[in-house]
Design a protein around this ligand. Structure first.
Ligand code: HEC
Length: 152
């Protein structure tokens, strides 16, 4: 049966690729940062809880790295999102961001939450509990608008 042979060969090729892929291990880092530099230090509890549940893994230095993030190709996708997420908006290092950018980011928190663009859809596939409820969006928007007024 030629069909069975092809399937078996393909399975072996995939298995070999999978094993080889495990040797490409992007670093999963959680850089140290001062608690006082964290945007959530002074945020109300309900806001901090939303960030902790839905944003922390990509936008802070306190990423949780469950087992599946250690297995390629998931590890590549996850580390990419974390790097990009921190690059654009790292709330663990909030005080190092200049005020104009802080203002834009706070605006983005509300707009992106409202439009359902954050958390990223691929994250929600695995973390169903991270989805924002309409009440969460209101909480984020009310807080971020208030915060914007405090930025000089
Ligand atoms: C799975 C990772 C992931 C999660 C979870 C996530 N984000 Fe993001 N976020 C990203 C990435 C990657 C970018 C940069 C690329 C883009 O804009 O799509 C980004 C961009 C942003 C930006 C725009 C930054 C800029 O440059 O303007 C804001 C604001 C933001 N996210 C807020 C949030 C909030 C608020 C949450 C939680 C409700 C959240 N994100 C959850 C990955 C994530």
């Amino acid at each position: 049966m030629a069909g069975v042979r092809i399937v078996r060969r393909l399975a072996i090729v995939f298995l070999i690729l999978f094993v080889v892929a495990q040797f490409i291990r992007p670093a999963r880092t959680n850089p140290r940062s001062q608690p006082s530099a964290n945007l959530m230090t002074k945020a109300p509890r309900e806001v901090a809880q939303i960030f902790d549940r839905s944003c922390r893994d990509c936008h802070s230095n306190d990423t949780r790295w469950p087992l599946y993030t250690q297995v390629a190709p998931m590890s590549w996708l996850v580390t990419y999102d974390v790097r990009e997420g921190r690059d654009h908006f790292n709330y663990s290092e909030w005080t190092a961001i200049d005020p104009d950018d802080q203002d834009k980011l706070l605006g983005g928190v509300c707009t992106l939450a409202k439009r359902g663009r954050m958390p990223l859809w691929q994250y929600l596939l695995i973390h169903r509990g991270a989805r924002l409820s309409p009440a969460d969006v209101t909480t984020l928007c009310t807080w971020s608008e208030k915060m914007r007024d405090t930025i000089q």
